[in-house]
Design a protein around this ligand. Structure first.
Ligand code: FUB
Length: 307
């Protein structure tokens, strides 16, 4: 089949959002990092099923795959913190990120709340090995890494420059080298301006994510604990960004965490909520919804229930 026919077939296979959010698994999971690799969807996740239930203290990440965003397979553990020999064995494994480049798959792993590691594999579903002998970002080593270098999100621009966003309370951005395993410049603060006067408490919390749509750079993030997912736009991946509005309103759990994927001419926002029986702030469930833009490029706030 031609690529065009394959894309059409995929587009028709993607469901319209006519039902309440459905979890992609019966296993608790969170912090989705969705990608389209090797002709299918891959969602890397924090594993909430193996935490203590009292804290996000899992030490493994989880992978889910789907050919069409409808049928999901639990693809198991792509890696755990034990891949990183410099990490404490009980270091918590938080919101992951992945990227494909140079014919390899890279996995960006917040380890223990103070370091971000990077692992590499020739395939997306496992075989990951530490790409370095130390952390990619280390709070104790790197200037301006912030109090909590977690929640990495990688964006590769049209010119090939890769950027990594991360951080709690103060959003950070750093250029990555072409090998995707080294920093290629200073860690900078991401500047967001134009906060709404109507909500003076609104501020950056965590879960930074960058995507580009129609030539505009969209910086999305959670405003805190609990948090809304909001967005700001700018003309450069480095910002500055101007606040535009809410993408996903407060959920009835302590965290909100999103990632946006565009494929086959459609956009989707993945996030987590309390969807499965027994769910709570430590026992979350990944789901997704279509993401739409207005004529002015404004993101249409996501309805969490069908119209
Ligand atoms: O899963 C642990 C933490 O909860 C993540 O790092 C945050 O983004 C929040 O979702």
């Amino acid at each position: 089949r031609s690529a065009a026919i394959a894309t059409l077939a995929l587009a028709s296979a993607i469901p319209a959002f006519a039902q309440a959010p459905q979890p992609i698994s019966t296993r608790f999971n969170a912090d989705p990092s969705p990608h389209y690799f090797q002709g299918g969807f891959y969602v890397y996740a924090t594993d909430d099923a193996s935490n203590s239930g009292k804290y996000w203290d899992s030490t493994t990440w989880r992978l889910y795959t789907s050919p069409d965003l409808k049928a999901w397979t639990d693809a198991g553990v792509p890696l755990s913190v034990s891949v990183f020999k410099w990490a404490r064995p009980d270091a918590k494994a938080w919101a992951p990120e992945a990227a494909y480049r140079n014919g390899k798959y890279y996995f960006y792993a917040p380890v223990g709340g103070d370091k971000i590691g990077v692992a590499v594999s020739s395939r997306p579903d496992g075989g990951f090995a530490d790409a370095r002998a130390d952390a990619l970002v280390d709070k104790a080593r790197d200037a301006n890494a912030g109090d909590e270098p977690i929640d990495p999100a990688v964006f590769v621009d049209k010119d090939g420059q890769a950027y990594m966003y991360f951080g709690t309370r103060v959003p950070k951005v750093v250029k990555l080298a072409a090998d995707m395993t080294h920093l290629a410049g200073p860690i900078l603060n991401v500047d967001v301006t134009g906060w709404p006067a109507s909500d003076p408490k609104k501020k950056y919390g965590e879960a930074p994510f960058l995507h580009e749509h129609d030539g505009v750079y969209y910086f999305t993030f959670s405003t805190g604990w609990p948090g809304q997912i909001v967005y700001a736009t700018g003309a450069s991946p480095l910002g500055p960004f101007t606040y535009r509005g809410v993408v996903i309103d407060y959920l009835n759990i302590s965290t909100n965490h999103q990632a946006i994927i565009e494929h086959g001419g459609k956009s989707f926002v993945f996030y987590h909520d309390k969807l499965l029986p027994g769910g709570d702030s430590m026992r979350r469930s990944i789901t997704y919804a279509p993401l739409e833009y207005g004529a002015d490029g404004a993101i249409v706030p996501v309805r969490l229930e069908p119209a």
